[in-house]
Design a protein around this ligand. Structure first.
Ligand SMILES: [Zn+2]
Length: 492
């Protein structure tokens, strides 16, 4: 089933297919590594992960490139305030970023490109722009893009940019629409700033030229899809188009995908509002990485997501239902035979799931039939209408669901453990939820010992002690389940 996706450039839903007949080539703007990623950043990376996984699920080979902006205004400013080199300063945030995306089970793109490792490519592009009259050098040694050399400027964001003063310049990496004017390609070296000695002078690249140079380096002059957060549409992506297309005269990307921003508890997320969260903040509050993943992908990418703690709890419960059902299927014993009704149930859920994803990655509509199927199958099992041969068709649907959502297997302990280690080093232990600390204080062996003691207490009809142990473990986030095969425990 082909994937159809809204294209910012054409303003309509377009079908996705590799234009070279081989692999679908994606460029996604990566992080600027000057701080820890917040949940708004990760919503964008997660939705791009959903796109990637859907294409793979539908059998489309992909080649996905993501940059890491490890030199820009903010990094230079923060590194200098910390008295560090930009490599030292940004290095720990690069590591943190990879740890965070691993925690959220965001697949790594086939190619990661760091800006500071591609300076010659950027210089080369500035030179080519100068050759066609689209770049000029100022007296102080900086290079600017000449906006008047690219009449199509504004075609992506559809902004009315008439009335812009010809030759007026802007040198900051990020700016508002009113400031649309000749933008910096290359910034002349300032005392104390990191700079490179190059044929176009001593200096450092502007942010926009990084993405043009690196996308074309790995994916060619024209590729299939360019993705990023909605805030990048203008000026960043508009500038990328201007820089690349001025020299290639080919469309930089055929398809542009923009992920909408999120609100937190109904308000714009900001540090001053007190509703600003990094992934680490949420892990320290005791939320599981899988629940954060599910909460951030369950609203389709073009809709504004209102991120709430209630939503995180809902996601936690949904994952619990999924995992319990999965375990019931795997561990249960069912009578021989099959029920054609179950086969139809699975086929219908599968079809609705694929249809929803193919339709502009509608993750909300894709989730619904899976949970409906789980409800019906659970009822069938309860009523003895579920047979051994029914299991595989239901497991097959769960596998397609998990190929994109990836929350079925429990990988949650490791990210939480790492977040706690980090909190200790970063002096953030005061921010850790008390339940989480209590939970971490009890080892698997200690739980096993208490569970064994409880079994013994029950055997000796000492129910008071047995209940006391159950209570003690519950306070530490350990749940006991009595089953035919004895007692199983799990951490909440
Ligand atoms: Zn970019």
């Amino acid at each position: 089933m082909p994937l159809r996706l809204f294209n910012t450039l054409t303003g309509q839903i377009d079908q996705l297919a590799p234009s070279d007949g081989k692999a679908f080539r994606i460029y996604a703007c990566g992080p600027t590594v000057y701080d820890y990623g917040h949940i708004g950043n990760f919503r964008t990376f997660l939705q791009i992960d959903v796109l990637r996984r859907c294409l793979k699920l539908m059998g489309v080979p992909i080649r996905h490139v993501m940059n890491i902006t490890d030199v820009d205004d903010k990094i230079i400013r923060n590194a200098s305030a910390a008295g560090q080199s930009i490599a030292e300063y940004s290095g720990r945030f690069v590591d943190a970023f990879f740890e965070d995306i691993a925690a959220l089970r965001i697949e790594r793109p086939e190619q990661i490109a760091r800006a500071t490792e591609h300076i010659p490519k950027m210089v080369d592009l500035v030179q080519r722009l100068a050759e066609v009259g689209a770049a000029y050098k100022t007296e102080e040694g900086s290079w600017y893009f000449r906006l008047s050399a690219f009449p199509e400027y504004g075609k992506l964001s559809k902004k009315d940019l008439s009335g812009i003063e010809d030759g007026a310049r802007i040198d900051v990496d990020e700016y508002e629409k009113d400031s649309a004017r000749d933008f910096a390609l290359w910034k002349a070296a300032k005392p104390g700033e990191t700079s490179w000695d190059t044929p176009i002078g001593r200096g450092r690249p502007g942010w926009h030229i990084e993405c043009s140079a690196m996308s074309m380096e790995y994916l060619g002059d024209s590729f299939d899809l360019h993705a990023g957060g909605e805030d990048l549409m203008f000026p960043h992506h508009e500038n990328e188009i201007a820089q690349s297309e001025s020299v290639t005269h080919k469309p930089l990307a055929l398809h542009w995908m923009h992920v909408r921003f999120l609100l937190v508890e109904g308000r714009k997320m900001s540090k001053s509002e007190g509703n600003f969260y990094t992934l680490r903040d949420l892990l320290l509050r005791g939320y599981k990485a899988s629940a954060i993943r599910l909460a951030l992908i369950s609203v389709p990418y073009r809709h504004q997501l209102n991120f709430t703690f209630e939503g995180l709890t809902e996601a936690t419960n949904a994952i619990e239902r999924l995992r319990n059902f999965h375990e019931r299927l795997l561990k249960g014993t069912f009578p021989a035979g099959e029920n054609p009704e179950i086969h139809r149930l699975a086929a219908q859920a599968q079809a609705e799931y694929f249809e929803a994803l193919s339709n502009d990655l509608n993750t909300a509509e894709a989730r619904a039939p899976i949970f409906d199927m789980i409800r019906s199958a659970n009822t069938a099992i309860d009523q003895g209408r579920f047979f051994a041969a029914d299991r595989d068709s239901i497991l097959g649907v769960l596998a397609s669901f998990d190929a994109v959502f990836d929350v079925l297997q429990n990988h949650d302990d490791e990210p939480t453990r790492r977040a706690l280690e980090w909190a200790e080093k970063a002096g953030r232990l005061d921010d850790v939820a008390p339940e989480l600390l209590a939970r971490q204080c009890v080892s698997d062996e200690a739980i096993d010992a208490l569970v064994a003691e409880r079994a013994l207490a029950k055997k000796h009809r000492n129910f008071a002690r047995a209940d006391q142990i159950r209570q003690e473990l519950a306070e530490k986030g350990v749940i006991l389940e009595d089953s035919k095969d004895g007692v199983r425990w799990k951490r909440k």
